[in-house]
Design a protein around this ligand. Sequence first.
Ligand code: PMP
Length: 389
Amino acid sequence: MHLSNRITHLTGGSDGWDLFNKARRMIAEGVQVTELTIGEHDIRTHPAILAAMNQSARGGHTGYASVPGTAVLRRTVAERVQARTGVPTTMENVMITPGGQAALFAAHSAVCDEGDVALYLDPYYATYPGTLRGVGAVPRVVRTRPEDGFQPQAADLDTAATGATSLLVNSPNNPTGVIYNRDTLGGIADVCTRHDLWLISDEVYDTQVWEGEHVSPRALPGMAERTLVVGSMSKSHAMTGSRCGWIVGPADAISHLIDLATHTTYGVPGFIQDAAVFALNQGAPLEAEIAEPFRRRRALAQTILAGQNAVVPVPSQGAMYLMLDIRATGMTGEEFADALLETHRIAVMPGESFGTAASGHVRVAMTIEDGAFADALTTLCGFAAGRAG
Ligand code: PMP
């Protein structure tokens, strides 16, 4: 039977997960592999959040929940966004989704018609191009450069924006850990306004800021009316499996997005939403507690990386990743990651998994216990030094 082009061409061939799959196969065969690949916390969801979830489910919140999200969660998210950005935000500006990924898909469905050009930046989170193809848009990539610290340049965006409908950005960034500075954000806002683009701003790492500040581009002058912000409980509250995220945007867009949700997801379980309300009501202290292991490991990494010169860290300020320039070894990111896995049983993601802009780099997820993390990073640096000769 014929399957749609849309579904059979979603990933566009290799999806960049070959190294990850190889490591998983080795683990299944009983090989001990140190995994620094995916963005999943090494802690589980906080017991207090689980208790709130349990209480809600036992209290009967197990039927169909309100499709746009419960009023209390929409209001809680709106208040949090307003407090963090200063942009007036009410529950009419918020729709709850089953995670940030569903929010990315819905946001692009809301703004792109079939064949519309949707811009995204390289290096990118692995699902981006497939998400854009999935809604029938034509992905158009804009490269960022290591020599610019992977900050997107307004001139590149301007050239690519002709005829485009939307621009997808992500700061704090996966895979680079870079946070877009005010110049970058100003350039993005300017290009969106002049080319009449929708901005989709993926801010799922907004609580993982180690240096400087995270500014939501929705807060820039004139941007609230053309920005859809994607948020999630996954990273901020170690709730990846709960599938709870949101879109924040103009009320009119949200009302149409609710129609889309009625015909796709039919909402998010009520007991998950109640757990999210509980978690968000704990405020900044719980967010800081959940981010703390990454902050600590980043400090560890800085000490280790300062003592060598075979790998060059990308100047990053946030998120749970380190991007390392390994070009001094003469290897590609893929060659390096493969050889590191074969030689030392350490799995990192090749930069090439995230496009072409981060080739010659590897991404290290700071998602294992401190001592093992420090050992793995030290081994990686030693391996790179050996290869660099
Ligand atoms: N955006 C980025 C940049 C991500 O790294 C991830 C998850 N790794 C997501 C969105 C999706 O997260 P979730 O669906 O769990 O909210």
